[in-house]
Ligand binder design. Structure first.
Ligand SMILES: [Zn+2]
Length: 383
């Protein structure tokens, strides 16, 4: 549980130290000692922030949802950027806390009640090393020496950050909505239409310039604190590992972000960042949503056993079957080129196997992955 009495006396000192070192992260001039000091401050600032803004959650942090010491023993680590599919950092922090939530009966939709007459409670959601709010505030939840439950393929060897974003938007009765309710940021972050759609999603909330800057600075800070453990080829985002994930989506300039993170260019001089929206104070930040409405599609523990093949495997199979990817090749990204090749494969498969037709949608889901494997076996080619 957060020890508020221990944190309060350090608050002013932590604030000043953090501000100085965070500025230096932007200038890419942090020493290892400074970076480690910054992380210690950041951890205390996170806990104090929770104590002050979400006092009901003091008992639920530090979170229990971690793999103790698992990353301490590993050297070469991945980094995975995520987007939350929630609305607020309060809701995101609640989701990644140790709180146990009521469970609904899938048949009736009503809360399950145990033999003792009390609601059945369950630990839900995954965990993450860091969260970055829309205004660029950084929260440090899981120690860098520990693993976080953020993606089954990468829980053992990847640091993780969740970027707060509603991600998936649609219109209903003239109102913008997320999958869990009304979208409150229409004026500050107008929904952006994606052409072509991203994994069946047409509208997304843009990321804030302050989030992008904070992500670059955070990566520099972690690399300064733990030199040599990250490399450009191991910087990733969630959709690289799973074909059913939207995050971070096409509005997240991951290539530019990671190039910047490994450069020494001061963040103030990154002109492309200035073109991104920056919404100032957040408009009427909604109340923290309840757990059922926050991030249920993100980092869900139920996903732990799901063996979805990576997009890279799909691309290798497509190429082996003669569906060329001339521009981008096996890059693990579902861009227009890969989507077109998937669509061509789905069309050809359905023509050749009328009794086993599959949807022609350009999305390499589990159905398509299975047929890609079968087609490779039929033709005797291996990826
Ligand atoms: Zn994710």
């Amino acid at each position: 549980m957060i020890d508020v009495e221990q944190l309060e006396p350090l608050a002013a000192e932590d604030e000043a130290t953090w501000n100085t070192l965070w500025q230096k992260a932007g200038e890419a001039v942090l020493t290892q000692d400074e970076a480690q000091l910054a992380l210690a401050c950041l951890r205390r600032r996170t806990h104090l922030w929770i104590a002050r803004h979400m006092p009901d959650y003091v008992a639920d942090f530090p979170t229990c949802k971690r793999n103790p010491g698992i990353l301490k023993a590993r050297h070469d680590l991945y980094w995975t950027d995520h987007g939350t599919e929630g609305l607020t950092h309060e809701g995101t922090l609640a989701w990644f806390s140790s709180r146990r939530w009521p469970v609904n009966d899938p048949a009736t939709g009503q809360p399950l009640v145990g033999p003792d007459g009390k609601p059945v409670l369950k630990l839900q959601g995954g965990s993450t090393h860091f969260v970055i709010a829309l205004d660029g505030t950084v929260f440090y939840l899981i120690d860098l020496a520990d693993g976080a439950w953020h993606e089954p393929k990468r829980n053992r060897d990847s640091w993780s950050v969740e970027m707060v974003n509603a991600l998936d938007l649609h219109q209903e009765n003239g109102e913008w909505r997320t999958w869990c309710g009304r979208y409150p940021y229409v004026e500050s972050y107008p929904p952006v239409e994606l052409t072509p759609p991203w994994r069946n999603t047409r509208f997304m909330q843009p990321y804030d310039a302050r989030q992008v800057v904070a992500n670059i600075k955070l990566k520099r800070l972690v690399m300064a604190a733990q030199p040599g453990r990250l490399a450009p080829e191991r910087m990733s985002q969630h959709s690289d590992w799973r074909t059913d994930k939207l995050d971070c989506g096409p509005l997240w300039p991951i290539a530019e972000i990671n190039t910047a993170a490994f450069s020494t260019t001061p963040v103030d001089e990154l002109d492309w960042v200035k073109a991104l929206p920056s919404a100032g104070a957040l408009p009427g930040t909604p109340e923290p949503a309840d757990a059922g409405a926050v991030g249920a599609r993100e980092g869900n523990l139920a996903d732990l056993a799901d063996p979805v093949a990576t997009l890279r495997d799909v691309q290798k199979r497509l190429i082996a079957l003669g569906y060329a990817l001339p521009r981008f090749g096996v890059d693990g990204q579902l861009g227009a080129e890969t989507a077109a090749a998937v669509r061509a494969f789905q069309t050809d498969w359905t023509k050749a196997h009328p009794d086993d037709a599959i949807a022609v949608d350009g999305i390499p889901g589990a159905e398509t992955e299975k047929r890609l494997a079968e087609a490779c076996a039929e033709k005797g080619v291996s990826p």
